[in-house]
Design a binder for this molecule. Structure first.
Ligand SMILES: [Zn+2]
Length: 308
C-alpha cells in the first residue's frame, strides 16, 4: 500500500476506538481495585462464623441444614458490581414480594463444615426477580452449584416474617438432636410442645414468648412444605419439622442461632428427665412473674389465667 492510499480519517477513528476501549478497561480495573474483598464484609464474616458454629454444635451433619441471610443493597455496593450477573437460576416458585431483595444462601449439597474453607463454593449471593421465579447469581457457587433445595421454605418464610417484622433478615434450618428426638416421644400439639419447652428452662418463655409451632412429618424440599412453614412463621419464629429438624427466623444471625440454641437446650433437659418421676416444674404463676419482669406477652391461651 502506498502512503497516499492511507486515509487519515480511518487512523483517527481507529485511534479513537482504541482510546475508548482502553479507558473503559482502565475505568473497570480502577472500579475493581476500589472494591473491597467481599470475604471481609461483616455479613459474610458472620455467616461463615455461624455456619461453622452450627456444625460444631452437631446440628448440621453431612449436607444437613441451610441458612439464608437477607442483605441490604447498601451493604453490597462496596464489594460487588451489582450489574454483573454471573448466571440466572430458576427458583420454581413464586415470591412476589421479594423482587429486588438480595440473599446470601448456603448451596445445595454443600457441607456446613466446609463453608469456612471455601465460602465462594459453598455460599452464593442472589438477587430475586420475576416475582420470585428467577435468582440472579452475583457471587459464589463457583463450582457451578446453586442454592439449597429448601429455598422455597426459606424465601416464603422471609416473606411471611417480613410482614410481621420488617427487621427480619435470617431464616435458618438445622437438625438439633434433642428437638428431633422430642418429636418422637412428645405430642406434636403446639401448645403442649411449647409449654413443655417453657417448663424446661427459666429463660425459654423470655426468649420465645410466642412459643414454637410444629409441622407433622412432610416431604422436604417441596413448595408444599415451604408454604406450610411460611404459614406457621406468621405466628412464631420457631417452626419444628417433626422427625426432621427446626426452622428459625430472626433479625440477625445471632438472634436466630440463639433462638434455636435455647429451644434445643430445653429439649435436651426434657430428654434427660422425660423418663423420670417429675417432682418439680416451673408453674404457670412463676411464668407470669417472668412475663411481668421482662415485660412480655406470652402466646395467648398458652398459660392458665393469672391468679387474682
Ligand atoms: Zn433438613
Amino acid at each position: 500500500m502506498a502512503l497516499k492510499d492511507i486515509n487519515l480519517n480511518d487512523i483517527k477513528d481507529t485511534a479513537k476506538d482504541v482510546y475508548g476501549r482502553v479507558s473503559e478497561a482502565v475505568g473497570e480495573t480502577v472500579e475493581r481495585l476500589k472494591r473491597k474483598d467481599i470475604l471481609t464484609a461483616p455479613f459474610m464474616v458472620e455467616m461463615i462464623r455461624t455456619a461453622s458454629n452450627m456444625y460444631d454444635h452437631g446440628w448440621d451433619e453431612r449436607n444437613g441444614g441451610n441458612i439464608s441471610l437477607m442483605v441490604d443493597e447498601a451493604e453490597l455496593t462496596d464489594y460487588l458490581d451489582l450489574n454483573q450477573v454471573i448466571r440466572e437460576i430458576p427458583t420454581g416458585f413464586d415470591a412476589p414480594t421479594l423482587d429486588g431483595r438480595y440473599f446470601l444462601v448456603t448451596g445445595t449439597g454443600k457441607y456446613f463444615k466446609n463453608v469456612k474453607y471455601a465460602p465462594d463454593v459453598n455460599l452464593g449471593l442472589i438477587r430475586i426477580k420475576d416475582s420470585g421465579r428467577t435468582a440472579e447469581l452475583l457471587w459464589g457457587y463457583t463450582d457451578g452449584g446453586k442454592f439449597t433445595s429448601e429455598l422455597p421454605a426459606h424465601l416464603m418464610s422471609h416473606a411471611a416474617r417480613l410482614e410481621v417484622n420488617p427487621e427480619n433478615r435470617v431464616v435458618m434450618h438445622c437438625h438439633p438432636g434433642n428437638l428431633l428426638a422430642m418429636t418422637y416421644v412428645h405430642t406434636l400439639d403446639e401448645k403442649a410442645f411449647t409449654r413443655t419447652l417453657w417448663q424446661m428452662c427459666t429463660e425459654c418463655i423470655v426468649v420465645f414468648p410466642e412459643g414454637v409451632n410444629v409441622l407433622p412429618w412432610m416431604l422436604c424440599g417441596t413448595n408444599t412444605i415451604g408454604e406450610a412453614t411460611a404459614e406457621k412463621m406468621k405466628t412464631a419464629r420457631l417452626v419444628v419439622w417433626s422427625q426432621h429438624g427446626i426452622y428459625g427466623a430472626g433479625k440477625d444471625l445471632d438472634e436466630t442461632f440463639g433462638l434455636i440454641e435455647t429451644a434445643e437446650k430445653a429439649a435436651e433437659i426434657y430428654m434427660k428427665i422425660a423418663h423420670l418421676p417429675l417432682l418439680n416444674t416451673i408453674t404457670d404463676d412463676e411464668m407470669w412473674l417472668l412475663c411481668d419482669r421482662f415485660e412480655l406477652t406470652p402466646r395467648e391461651g398458652y398459660l392458665s389465667p393469672r391468679k387474682a
